[in-house]
Design a protein around this ligand. Structure first.
Ligand code: SF4
Length: 96
């Protein structure tokens, strides 16, 4: 029996960023090069360390928007701590 191939399988990691989902931008974040725990710090020093990594991130604005839209409560996202994001959301709510 002869098999007919109709599609060429794609490699799992082709090196091309996966952008077909609402979180595809994450593959371009600076945090991909650090342990996830770096972005869930337990003190202010850790928050500052995470913020410094976020500061040079090419998807920082998208990351912050995502965290705000999804109401993510924990960790540093888009260069903002949990407290900073709560303040932003409060300001937005007050602004109507
Ligand atoms: S802004 Fe920070 S948390 Fe968001 S993708 Fe970039 S490095 Fe990761």
């Amino acid at each position: 029996m002869k098999l007919k191939l109709t599609a060429v399988p794609q490699p799992v990691n082709s090196g091309v960023p996966f952008n077909d989902s609402s979180t595809g931008w994450m593959s371009n974040g600076n945090c991909r090069n650090y342990p996830p725990a770096t972005f869930f710090p337990s003190d202010g020093v850790g928050v500052d360390r995470a913020r410094a990594i976020c500061a040079g991130c090419p998807v920082q604005a998208r990351c912050l928007d995502y965290a705000l839209d999804e109401r993510i409560e924990h960790g540093v996202w888009g260069g903002c701590s949990e407290r900073e994001r709560r303040r932003i959301l409060k300001r937005r709510a007050l602004a109507g």
